[in-house]
Design a protein around this ligand. Structure first.
Ligand SMILES: [Zn+2]
Ligand SMILES: [Zn+2]
Length: 122
């Protein structure tokens, strides 16, 4: 049910967003249960956890990709940029660390917020 709630959304929901969705379907499920199960799903690789400046978000895409965090509305988007495998190899070549991946979150203003700002400025 929790997995379905995450998959039913494509906007990188926070744990609280998922709680709200689930409570609409079944009011008896506690927040703690939802949080615990989200952790389990992340560990089993069914969903991915995205670290952003606000609360953690959950992602149904588990492949390596970058994110964009809007500092205005707080929404998280998939960034339209390919994963740079070269960066991992570069760090490995220069350090002796074994790199499995890197995570990148771009920050700025999303098109919707930009449009709102422009409209408000008129
Ligand atoms: Zn925004
Ligand atoms: Zn994503």
């Amino acid at each position: 049910m929790i997995l379905r709630a995450v998959r039913g959304r494509c906007d990188h929901p926070s744990a609280d967003d998922i709680c709200d969705d689930i409570k609409k379907q079944d009011g008896r499920i506690s927040r703690a249960t939802v949080y615990r199960n989200l952790g389990v799903l992340c560990e089993s690789g069914e969903i991915a956890r995205v670290k952003v400046p606000a609360a953690d978000r959950f992602d149904l895409r588990c492949d390596r990709h970058y994110h964009f965090f809007c500092t205005c509305c707080g929404r998280v988007f998939d960034a339209p940029a390919g994963y740079l495998e070269e960066l991992d190899r570069w760090v490995e070549a220069n350090s002796g660390f074994s790199v499995s991946r890197h995570r990148t979150v771009f920050e700025g203003i999303c098109p919707e917020c930009s449009a709102k700002k422009a409209a408000g400025a008129d």
